[in-house]
Write a protein that binds this ligand. Structure first.
Ligand SMILES: Cc1cc2nc3c(=O)[nH]c(=O)nc-3n(C[C@H](O)[C@H](O)[C@H](O)COP(=O)(O)OP(=O)(O)OC[C@H]3O[C@@H](n4cnc5c(N)ncnc54)[C@H](O)[C@@H]3O)c2cc1C
Ligand code: FES
Ligand code: FES
Length: 479
């Protein structure tokens, strides 16, 4: 077995080597079935419940970067070069970790099924935030479901875990350094292949060579193709190790986001420039999903209820697409052709996402409408970009997800109100035009009638907020 085919990661300070791994075996299956390490539980196998939450640490410019992820949808080879921490990793020398002691002291567990997942989400919070506020705690736990204890004692434990003497995590930078690779991981197993190229040129060459391969980024969509749809993925090319697709930078004109940058890494820069997108991104899935999932994956997946695209469309974002060494740039508004059909050609991938920097006179806002506040797929997602001149609409862009086969602009509505006073009567004109822009369908998330009424009401709300001058408010829904 060659070095390039061996997965190497750290577990409890030891280097684990896996030869001949099945590329689509999940981390959770490996933990429970191969290592018989059964603290991490399987509830949903689709990233929704948090029972399988583990923590991974990666080397970064500041030392190590530590994040909670859902082990049920992560493929085993994605651990290569990282440290894995599970609930069994926490207690040292027979003493519970402060997170665990606080859960015990505050009665944070009843049946216990969800508990390892909560402990690991709290552990990630403990390691990354020394003084979290209530909203930080709520957000950190938004990917964990508990059906019996209730959240009050768990939140009490989250506050209490800081009162015990702080336990410092062993610094594993040297061990992590020792398992970094110079050449890329390439696994062949029973007719399945997995490549983890290290730079964009190698990635582009591989995808040009295997144009029908599955690109794997965070796996928060692709993982479910295996765990829920039982799809056979024969060739996988992973973007997670491609350093020059993972960066986020700000130029004179754009926020320039590598397609493999995680949502967690990209969101702070985006909302710093576009604070009106804070609510949508805060409610985009959960921290473990955002820690793995990428903006590039959200766009390339192209779900009609994907959350980021409406906002990116109204600010006129463009995509840099690449095949081999050839790049082209396309407006996101021209990228989607039909339900889950986009402009990518064989061997072509999304390389970068470019969001123009905001202009001072424009107000940008996105709204997410779903049945639950946290960790829920949108029934409707909207975004607006408004420029007023002397009380009149100089420019108005609106885009919506959940109302058509793709996320798309509301062009009739935009045209109907451009030049009119920004006033209640104008919004009613826009609401009539919205019914021409979209003919929504009914599904389990909402009926067609309700969807149309909801998008009209969301627009009325945006107007009311703009009148009050508080479009950047983050709604807390009674919290
Ligand atoms: C529990 C849960 C909650 C979720 N909640 C939300 C939510 O609130 N809002 C929302 O919008 N989505 C949500 N999602 C969906 C998912 O998290 C997002 O779509 C995410 O952005 C996908 O990114 P990824 O990196 O995980 O993509 P992956 O799963 O790795 O890939 C997704 C698709 O994109 C392709 N792809 C990835 N990168 C590229 C590239 N560079 N070029 C070309 N193709 C590429 C893949 O081949 C695949 O077809 C949720 C998913 C789960 C499991
Ligand atoms: S088992 Fe439910 S999130 Fe993984
Ligand atoms: S303790 Fe039973 S589900 Fe949370």
């Amino acid at each position: 077995m060659t070095d390039s085919a061996t997965i190497r990661f750290l577990l409890d300070g030891e280097v684990v080597e896996i030869h001949d791994a099945d590329p689509t075996r999940t981390v959770l299956q490996y933990l429970r079935e191969d290592l018989r390490r059964k603290g991490s539980k399987e509830g949903c196998a689709e990233g929704d419940c948090g029972a399988c939450t583990v923590v991974v640490a990666e080397l970064d410019a500041d030392g190590t970067n530590l994040k909670a992820i859902n082990s049920c949808i992560q493929f085993l080879p994605t651990l290569d070069g990282k440290e894995l921490l599970t609930v069994e990793s926490l207690a040292a020398d027979g003493a519970l970790h402060p997170v665990q002691s606080a859960m015990v002291a505050n009665h944070g567990s009843q049946c216990g099924f969800c508990t390892p997942g909560f402990v690991m989400s709290l552990y990630a919070l403990y390691e990354t935030n020394e003084n979290p506020g209530r909203q930080d705690i709520d957000d950190a736990l938004s990917g964990n479901l508990c059906r019996c204890t209730g959240y009050r004692p768990i939140i009490a434990a989250a506050k209490d875990m800081y009162s015990a003497k702080r336990v410092n995590r062993p610094n594993r930078s040297a061990e992590l350094e020792s398992i970094q690779r110079e050449s890329s991981l390439h696994i062949e197993h029973n007719g399945r292949r997995f490549f983890a190229p290290l730079d964009a040129d190698e990635f582009a060459a591989l995808f040009a060579q295997y144009p029908t391969a599955t690109i794997l980024a965070g796996g928060t969509d692709v993982g479910l193709w295996v765990t829920k749809q039982h799809r056979e993925l024969t060739t996988i090319i992973y973007t997670g190790r491609v350093a020059d697709l993972r960066d986020v930078k700000v130029t004179d004109t754009h926020i320039d986001i590598g397609s493999a940058a995680t949502l967690t890494d990209a969101i702070p820069t985006i909302v710093e420039h576009y604070p009106g997108l804070t609510e949508m991104f805060r409610r985009f899935a959960s921290p473990p999903i955002r820690n793995a999932g990428t903006l590039g994956g959200n766009i390339a997946n192209g779900s009609p209820i994907g959350d980021s695209m409406a906002a990116l469309m109204v600010v006129d974002a463009t995509l840099v697409l690449r095949v081999g060494a050839v790049e082209r740039e396309i407006s996101l508004g021209d990228f989607y052709h039909d339900y889950m059909v986009n402009d990518l050609q064989p061997g072509e991938f999304v390389s970068r996402i470019k969001m123009p920097l905001p202009s001072d006179d424009a107000v940008v806002k996105s709204q997410k409408w779903s049945k639950r506040f946290d960790q829920d797929i949108s029934a409707i997602c909207t975004a607006y970009r408004l420029v007023l001149d002397d009380g009149k609409v100089k420019s108005f862009r609106m885009a919506c997800g959940g109302l058509a086969a793709t996320v798309r602009r509301a062009k009739e509505t935009e045209a109907a109100i451009t030049g009119l006073p920004w006033a209640e009567e104008t919004i009613e004109i826009a609401c009539v035009a919205l019914a021409k822009d979209f003919t929504p369908i009914s599904d389990m998330r909402a009926s067609a009638d309700i969807r149309l009424l909801a998008v009209q009401n969301l627009l009325r709300r945006f107007f009311a907020e703009s009148e009050r001058g508080d479009v950047e408010t983050v709604y807390t829904y009674g919290r």
